[in-house]
Design a protein around this ligand. Structure first.
Ligand SMILES: [Fe+2]
Ligand SMILES: [Fe+2]
Length: 204
């Protein structure tokens, strides 16, 4: 269960396929950012031992995803290049509280929502690829399909990991946690709704 407050229009997947080179570049940046966010939690919260191993493992896994996406970009004749960051993550994170332990709880829940939205968008891309026959081995779109179909499973797991860490790190009852998750999910839905549509991005 992804805890998103609003789903993306199904047509987004086909739109993404029309701009696959730009989406792949943005996707590579997202994986890099996901690795860096996990690593930053180790630096920011050395006093939270329960975060260390999961965040270290997550950072490694996200870097592997980064490598997979960059390798595919190169096989398609492109290159990983600098890109202006999408405003999505910064706008979402703007809702995190400034004081602990609310801050830690909010960061973990916002990270879970980013993972959930990424998973949802990857599902739409994989679905759009399947509609064009990409789920059949040997099809020219099969490599792309394999990438997205594989990664979306990881992102769903990461979503659950962050919610689980929020439960384990912050003393809060379940109703309160679910309430805060619903508030942040509503904020996330408004951020993604307001995202600029001109540039093809994972979170536009
Ligand atoms: Fe990832
Ligand atoms: Fe992830």
């Amino acid at each position: 269960m992804l805890h998103l407050a609003a789903g993306t229009d199904e047509r987004w997947g086909q739109w993404a396929l029309e701009h696959m080179d730009a989406i792949l570049l943005d996707h590579a940046h997202c994986e890099k950012k996901a690795a860096s966010t996990a690593l930053s939690m180790i630096f920011r919260y050395p006093d939270r031992p329960q975060l260390m191993m999961p965040m270290s493992a997550l950072a490694r896994e996200e870097l592997e995803h980064f490598e997979q996406v960059v390798a595919l970009i190169r096989r398609r004749g492109g290159e990983f290049v600098r890109q202006e960051p999408s405003p999505y993550a910064a706008r979402l994170m703007a809702a995190t509280r400034k004081h602990e332990p609310g801050r830690l709880l909010d960061i973990l829940l916002c990270c879970s929502l980013i993972e959930a939205r990424s998973c949802e968008r990857m599902q739409l891309i994989a679905g759009a690829l399947a509609e064009r026959g990409g789920d059949a081995p040997g099809h020219e779109l099969h490599e792309l399909y394999g990438l997205y179909n594989g990664l979306l499973v990881s992102e769903a797991r990461h979503h659950a990991t962050y919610v689980e860490l929020a439960r384990g790190c912050v003393q809060i009852d379940e109703a309160e946690l679910q309430g805060r998750l619903a508030e942040l999910a509503a904020h996330e839905a408004s951020v993604i709704e307001a995202a600029p549509r001109e540039q093809p991005r994972m979170h536009n």
